[in-house]
Design a protein around this ligand. Structure first.
Ligand SMILES: [Zn+2]
Length: 235
């Protein structure tokens, strides 16, 4: 009886090991903000790691303009391993005034549309959205849909009116924005159901990282690579 049970268990284990192929979306927020972007971009380029980068549209014209555009220029020869996602107009996270929490469909659609044009004017085309503080209200889905979006990262609300893909399986890598908790991450990664064939999202803020966080990120990437999972770019 016991041997039979062990045999069944072994066959289940080998089956799941063979069939499971996870996909990881690396979601790097707040492009150009903070001092950690140089070390982060250098690492991912040197190690050929595909990354989705959240761009805040006002940063291409405000006081962060030079830094943001310099980084974009530096990344251009490596464009095959980067995708940008729309991370809002000005990163307003105030619950009383955030466009994506308080705005009507018409207002959101208008802002999204003009932001897409601003991005296009500097050569960035995106079909993916990840709101500031992951905000979104009942009108956001329709507003994204009418502006041609195909992917929505970590939606805050039910995605009414949106026909594209949504990604909600988050594995926590930072305990607070900019601070990696590697032991918690490795535990969550190992706890992720082995028979669950889907995409997971890692959200982080490399601009805020200190050297220790960068080292922890390298450990996180090694752990993912050991699993032979693939990385997905939202293009
Ligand atoms: Zn952000």
């Amino acid at each position: 009886m016991l041997i039979k049970r062990i045999l069944i268990l072994l066959s289940v284990l080998s089956l799941s090991a063979e069939t499971f192929a996870g996909t990881v979306i690396l979601k790097a927020d707040d492009f150009g903000r903070g001092s950690g972007w140089d070390q982060f971009l250098l690492y991912v380029v040197n190690n050929d790691i595909p990354v989705n980068i959240g761009i805040i549209v006002s940063d291409i014209s405000n006081e962060r303009k030079i830094k943001t555009r310099d980084l974009i220029k530096w990344m251009a020869p490596h464009e095959q391993q980067f995708a940008f996602f729309y991370h809002g107009h000005d990163h307003n996270c105030d619950i009383a005034s955030s466009i994506f929490l308080t705005g009507s469909g018409e207002r959101q659609s208008k802002i999204i549309n003009s932001d897409l044009r601003a991005l296009f004017s500097i050569g960035i085309v995106t079909t993916a959205f990840g709101g500031p503080c992951n905000h979104g209200n009942k009108y956001t889905g329709l507003s994204l849909e009418s502006n041609g979006f195909k992917q929505w990262l970590l939606p805050y609300v039910r995605t009414t009116g949106f026909n594209g893909e949504t990604f909600t399986n988050r594995v926590n890598i930072e305990s607070t924005p900019g601070k990696i908790n590697i032991s918690n991450f490795l535990k969550e990664l190992d706890d992720f159901p082995e028979n669950y064939n889907d995409t997971i999202v890692l959200q982080f803020h490399p601009g805020m990282w200190k050297t220790g966080d960068m080292n922890s990120f390298e450990r996180a990437i090694s752990a993912i690579n050991r699993k032979n999972w693939s990385y997905r770019l939202l293009k």
